[in-house]
Design a protein around this ligand. Sequence first.
Ligand SMILES: C[S@@+](CC[C@H](N)C(=O)[O-])C[C@H]1O[C@@H](n2cnc3c(N)ncnc32)[C@H](O)[C@@H]1O
Length: 312
Amino acid sequence: MKLSIILLKQVSQFRFSNYIPTRRIPGNILIGKHRVRRSLTQGEKQDMKQRIEIELENMAHLSRPYLTEAEDNLYENDPIRKEHEEKVLALKRREEEIPKHIYLKRDLLDRVACWDTLYEGELNNFNEFGDEGEIWFGKSILSKLVDNVCQLVTDKENTTILDIGTGNGHVIQRLLARGYTHLTGIDYSENSIDLARKQIGSNVKFQVIDMTSSDTSSLLDHYDIGIDKGTLDAILLCAPDQRKAKRDAYIDTVYRHIKNLLFIVSCNWTRSELLEFFQPKFSLEREVDTPTMMFGGRQGKTVTFLILKRNN
Ligand SMILES: C[S@@+](CC[C@H](N)C(=O)[O-])C[C@H]1O[C@@H](n2cnc3c(N)ncnc32)[C@H](O)[C@@H]1O
């Protein structure tokens, strides 16, 4: 019994290959020139065959164009795509029709011819496309200005307001919308006045007047409130040697015609510079907060907004 178990064990361990004579040399047979390669299993061969089949299928797909001819024609005649392309073309054509933007030269900004050219362009744009034109210092400053007028000037029906250097009349437009009735806009550019009249209509008085001319008494009325958004800035862009004379002439005119408050918004002058210009004829009633910025480690304002009171 014991012998038979031993024999059985030996038979189960018996490997024929051990007894088949081969020309293999003894020793390490995994590397070197006598290396013996392991034969592939049936499963590995099957797996390789499947991979080759997948690869062939991929190559067949890739060698064909993405769309068939019929699909390609469908794309060509697609109405949605055609409509989109027509819209893009129309937009491009419209852009080409818009007159080129006119850039102002800084040293010309105090000359009426320059403003006339600018407003001629804006007038054309308004006539053709209904474009409302440039909003100086942006919408938020315009809203701030109008909000502050509304806060301080509550008698909307009796207070007279003068918009000094009215430009395209945006300030007047906003004040009209808030219920103010006695509004006047003046500017020394005739094209500006044409444009403002066209945008606003005849219920507002507009006049062509130069704020730096020596005597405006016979031309201009007296107003409770004056508003200047960017006009003194434009006037003081003149040659440096004319600056003081122009500034004094402007402040004299404002003092002659404004009885109470002057709302002034400037991008070129600081609070202290403006106060120095206007004293002793006007003094500070309020400074309105405007956006600040850092430059060279110092904080400053992009726009100064002061409300000045006329001293009697
Ligand atoms: C920067 S734009 C501002 C326009 C307008 N206040 C606004 O905020 O939209 C300056 C305006 O001042 C006007 N202006 C410049 N010098 C002037 C002067 N001496 N008398 C009257 N208006 C003048 C220009 O024609 C221009 O319309």
